[in-house]
Design a protein around this ligand. Structure first.
Ligand code: C5P
Length: 397
């Protein structure tokens, strides 16, 4: 009974995949959970509340009021009762309303009052899933700390083939079980994470930077926090938002600021994961006025920045763990191993720019993890959330 005594609010919306909510509810209950279904008006067009309430043994909640008897369903009570809210299937409309707080049905009001973590399993046609508005809304949900169970690729109800099919109930169940199993696994651990690029000032309006989006580091911070760790996230200039009570975010701009913040925080930490793409060089001087266009060549001399990873490696105590990243374009493994030794790391996560869909900007990543003995584990291309989970499983425990 992996989900014994867990209270799960299962949100069902108007997608053809709503029929799978019945199997999902059954699997959750078989695993020991108590399930309360909240369904949207269009969800009821796809599956009847009678089927669902027969499975859960509880009346399905759909309206704010029960007809004629004056009973009011409190979304606030549901928000307090639940250990998890799982919305499966989630349509583009529901994802959009959740992202923007459009509380026009019981499911969205329940979502907005939810105290427990929220998981979302989208289901929609491939073009709807690929639309930038859906991507933006899902990013917003991620920034609220919600967990997205990525849809699978395959044949859709429209007979088109592509990404948008709700994950199978068995897979969703395993994500839920995994979530509860790991929930407190890092409690009392203090973890430092660096993320994003650094900007090195040339003059008041220009800088030298890089393409790092911060997505990988933010996904790591979220996953550590979700598992109960106390996270200090030192972020370079990124547009990402993060929202979790266990995360303290420190925003910095330059490598020097990141170095100072990291050196100050590290002595108190159990683990540091150095995910930031720190600039190796900075201009030797910063112009105080904007540099004007001229006919002559403008040379900017660059001086090396301090290596944060190597500096933390020097002060690392035997009970502390240090994890670095390497982004290589050639001789990946040899260079990564050299870095483990040079920077005194315990593990290095290797990203390759040669893998399609991996690295900067993408929502996916493909990694290998090397330890000090040179042992290497390769992983498949996955969402950055899943990659974060793999990294933590392997290196932090
Ligand atoms: O040497 P390289 O830049 O490839 O090493 C990458 C690893 O070192 C990453 O974990 C990165 O966060 C870290 N690093 C650092 N300070 C620097 C340069 C890299 O912490 N100045």
């Amino acid at each position: 009974m992996t989900l014994k005594d867990k209270h799960i609010v299962l949100g069902v919306t108007g997608s053809i995949a709503a029929y799978k909510a019945a199997s999902l509810a059954r699997l959750l209950i078989k695993a020991g959970a108590e399930v309360q279904i909240v369904i949207t008006p269009s969800g009821k067009e796809f599956i009847t509340p009678v089927t669902l309430s027969a499975l859960t043994g509880k009346p399905v909640v759909s309206e704010f009021f029960t007809a004629n008897d004056g009973t009011w369903h409190s979304h606030v009570d549901l928000g307090q009762w639940a250990d998890l809210m799982l919305i499966a299937p989630a349509t583009a409309a529901t994802v959009g309303k959740m992202a923007n707080g459009i509380a026009d049905n019981m499911l969205i009001t329940t979502y907005l009052s939810m105290k427990a973590p929220v998981m979302v399993a989208p289901a929609m046609d491939l073009d709807m899933f690929a639309h930038p508005s859906t991507a933006r809304n899902l990013d917003l949900l991620r920034s609220y700390g919600n967990i997205i169970i990525e849809p699978a690729a395959g044949e859709l109800a429209s007979h088109l083939i592509g990404k948008g099919r709700m994950e199978e109930p068995e897979k969703i169940l395993s994500v839920v079980e995994d979530f509860f199993r790991k929930q407190e696994s890092l409690s009392k651990k203090k973890i430092l994470i660096t993320a994003g690029p650094t900007f090195e000032k040339i003059d008041p309006v220009r800088f030298i930077g890089n393409y790092s989006s911060g997505k990988m580091g933010f996904a790591l911070a979220e996953e550590c926090a979700r598992r109960g760790a106390e996270v200090t996230l030192i972020a370079g200039p990124v547009s990402m938002k993060i929202n979790h009570p266990n995360i303290t975010r420190i925003d910095v701009e330059s490598a020097e600021e990141m170095y100072n913040a990291s050196m100050k925080a590290f002595p108190d930490m159990n683990t540091a994961i150095l995910c930031a793409a720190v600039a190796d060089f900075r201009p030797s001087r910063q112009y105080t006025e904007k540099v004007k266009r001229g006919e002559d060549i403008l040379n900017i001399d660059l001086v090396p920045n301090k290596d944060i990873a190597a500096s933390l490696g020097k002060i690392k105590k035997s009970n502390q763990r240090l994890i670095g990243f390497a982004l290589e374009t050639n001789d990946e493994q040899t260079n990564a191993l050299k870095k483990i030794v040079k920077k005194n790391l315990d593990y290095i996560v290797l990203n390759s720019l040669n893998d399609p869909g991996a690295g900067f900007k993408y929502d996916t990543n493909k990694i290998s993890i090397l330890n000090r003995n040179g042992e290497k584990k390769d992983y498949a291309l996955k969402s950055k959330q899943e990659v974060a989970s793999d990294i933590i499983d392997e290196t932090v425990g």
